[in-house]
Design a protein around this ligand. Structure first.
Ligand code: 15L
Length: 263
């Protein structure tokens, strides 16, 4: 019953590019969807999410969708509305109409970015209230709520992954907590595509970081077993950059500097 044919939106993006490389190793057949051409992909649709015909055609024969398309940081409200809100709605609606069973959504830590970082060792649960730090984070809250609606109203299996900082290596002291390695990202998406899901599931997307701020219980319940830990970079990064001062937004808030946008 596990999905084989998977539509990957945002296939030319940072996460999409990595997933195109790694997900076939788990046995998936990918179809790429992006506004930009995806070089070297035999099965690729080049279109905007708001082109209904192209999106409907892209869903043909698809078992599951990984939705990683959209603007990946703060931007003017109108741009966020078009790409992340309208685009995500069109994606869910096309998947529903085509009878696709499961959607894995690349949400973000910025959906809860104004949450204060827990005291030493504490971990924020996936049930923490949404607390967006930007219009971008607000659009991720919308995507999560849309996933909840489509699970409840249409019985779809939906998983929203609140991704931390996807990167080959952590580059900042904050990323010692928030890092998601490319290998763990693929492991997490595979778990989200195959793990047990009842209704809408929210899970954090980080590696097995010693300094994590987020609780991985629901990710592990999907079957996610991270293999990387940013701690191996800690001594080097702290020697180079120093510890974060307690009044720094990167220290205080889960969303770090995103909390300073638009002030
Ligand atoms: C995100 O959601 C962004 O897409 C990414 O560029 C990083 O800023 C990341 O969050 C982060 O919080 O580090």
């Amino acid at each position: 019953n596990r999905p084989r044919r998977v539509l990957l939106t945002g296939a030319a993006g940072r996460i999409g590019t990595s997933l195109r490389e790694l997900l076939p190793g788990y046995g998936y057949q990918l179809r790429s969807f992006d506004r930009l051409p995806v070089p070297g992909e035999p099965d690729a649709v080049v279109a905007d999410l708001r082109e209904a015909g192209a999106l409907a055609a892209a869903m043909d024969g698809v078992d599951a969708v990984v939705h990683a398309a959209g603007i990946a940081g703060e931007a003017p409200f109108a741009d966020i509305m078009a790409a992340n809100v309208e685009g995500t709605y069109q994606l869910y609606e096309a998947a529903r109409a085509a009878g696709v069973r499961r959607i894995v959504y690349a949400s973000s830590n910025h959906a809860v970015g104004f949450t204060e970082r827990p005291a030493d060792g504490g971990r924020v649960p996936d049930s923490t209230p949404q607390r967006p730090d930007t219009y971008y984070g607000l659009s991720k809250c919308f995507g999560e709520n849309l996933a909840s609606l489509y699970a409840d109203r249409h019985g779809m299996e939906t998983v929203s992954l609140r991704i931390g900082s996807f990167a080959p290596e952590p580059r900042s002291v904050r990323m010692l907590a928030t890092w998601l390695s490319p290998g763990d990202c693929a492991r997490l998406v595979h778990a989200a595509l195959t793990g047990p899901v009842a209704g809408h599931t929210v899970a954090y997307g980080i590696s097995g970081n010693t300094r994590a701020w987020w609780d991985l219980t629901s990710a592990r319940a999907l079957g996610y077993q991270p293999l990387d830990d940013a701690e191996v970079f800690a001594a080097g990064l702290i020697a180079k950059l120093g510890e974060l001062p307690a009044d720094d937004p990167e220290f205080r808030y889960l969303g770090g500097r995103f909390t300073q946008a638009g002030r």
